[in-house]
Design a binder for this molecule. Structure first.
Ligand code: FO1
Length: 336
């Protein structure tokens, strides 16, 4: 299903960049990978959820996107690998080790191999390329940065490292804000930066990930928003909120705690000036007008992705929408 289905000639041969966090974003990334050939799609994954744990470097969002595009992802858990076994966890438990962050036996191979290559001085970009090759992934999946950026969640009990908040405390603490440690020093990864500057870049798709903790770290990197602003390249986001609920993860709860209405409109307002287009679910169609009043073009489609077909259809709809926002002077389009 990898034929190049870009109906609209404006995008043919052009490059699409997708920004993705974990589960929700990875679904659309998969859909895009089924519609776009490898040379036309680059997925930039959030790395601010990364953490050192049990002596290994873990990159959850990179792994979720990689495993999803490799068709190996665990659909019950939403993370990790399908058909996983947990002998390592059981053995660690017996030794009194930390088992709150579940690490499957096959998944451990990823963390061990990544950590070994990082210790040998490889960049996270180079490590990711190696792991993708091993998993037979053709499309480019790249980290947002090779420098450390770590999300800290501000709660009434003080700051929590992201995985401590998300997994160990199961998102229970009330959130009052976020801090991305290292964001001031971190640079976009080399391929991310060159794609942002690439004249062949036709659009940026912000996948339906958590805006605050999965997408914001990517946009907050030095120069990213400025470069997006400077280029007449449409930026289109797919709402991660449908009918006031996040399909997966704590986005709706976070919005409530941040005194933001957990609505597609509030997400559009959050993305503010960054967006040219916003894709909302048919169940939120009544919000389209209010969102359009922000100066954002709105597309109303089914955004709930249950099947592979849903993922492909949403990808198609997003790319068709992008094409309508792509203003390429006619003389560039050539005859016909
Ligand atoms: N999420 C959980 O809720 N519980 C876990 O035990 C857990 C383990 C885990 C291991 C590897 C990995 O790549 C992801 C894992 N996740 C787990 C999900 C992870 O916390 C989230 O995917 C991201 O950090 C949020 O996008």
């Amino acid at each position: 299903m990898n034929e190049n289905r870009l109906k609209d000639k404006k995008l043919q041969g052009k490059k699409i960049m997708a920004l993705s966090g974990g589960v929700g974003g990875a679904k659309l990334a998969l859909g895009l990978s089924k519609v776009l050939p490898a040379e036309q799609l680059t997925i930039v994954a959030n790395t601010a959820d990364d953490f050192e744990h049990l002596g290994v470097h873990i990159s959850p969002d990179l792994d979720t996107v990689m495993y999803t595009l490799a068709g190996l992802n665990n659909t019950e858990l939403g993370w990790g690998l399908a058909g996983e076994s947990w002998a390592f966890m059981a053995a660690l438990e017996r030794l009194g080790g930390e088992t709150w962050f579940r690490l499957g036996d096959q998944d451990m191979a990823t963390h061990i191999q990544r950590s070994k290559l990082l210790k040998e001085g490889c960049s996270l970009s180079a490590v990711t390329a190696e792991l993708c090759k091993g998993l037979g992934i053709e499309h480019s999946i790249i980290p947002m940065s090779d420098d450390p950026v770590r999300t800290f969640v501000k709660t009434a009990e003080g700051e929590l490292a992201f995985q401590h908040y998300f997994v160990r405390e199961q998102c229970r603490p009330e959130v009052s804000g976020f801090r991305f440690e290292g964001i001031e020093q971190a640079q976009p990864s080399p391929q991310f930066l060159s794609l942002l500057k690439d004249p062949e870049l036709a659009a940026v798709v912000i996948c339906p990930s958590n805006p605050f903790v999965s997408v914001e770290p990517i946009l907050a990197l030095a120069g990213v928003k400025e470069l997006l602003e400077a280029r007449a390249v449409p930026v289109v986001a797919v709402s991660p909120i449908v009918k006031g609920l996040a399909i997966k993860g704590p986005a709706a709860k976070m919005m409530a705690e941040l005194a933001l209405p957990s609505t597609a409109l509030a997400v559009a307002q959050y993305y503010n000036k960054t967006l040219d287009g916003f894709v909302i679910d048919s169940q939120d169609a009544q919000m389209a007008q209010q969102i359009a009043e922000l100066g954002v073009k709105v597309e109303v489609v089914n955004t709930v992705m249950k099947t592979l077909q849903d993922r492909v259809e949403l990808a198609d709809a997003v790319l068709d929408f992008v094409a309508t926002l792509t203003h390429i002077p006619n003389n560039v389009l050539g005859e016909g």
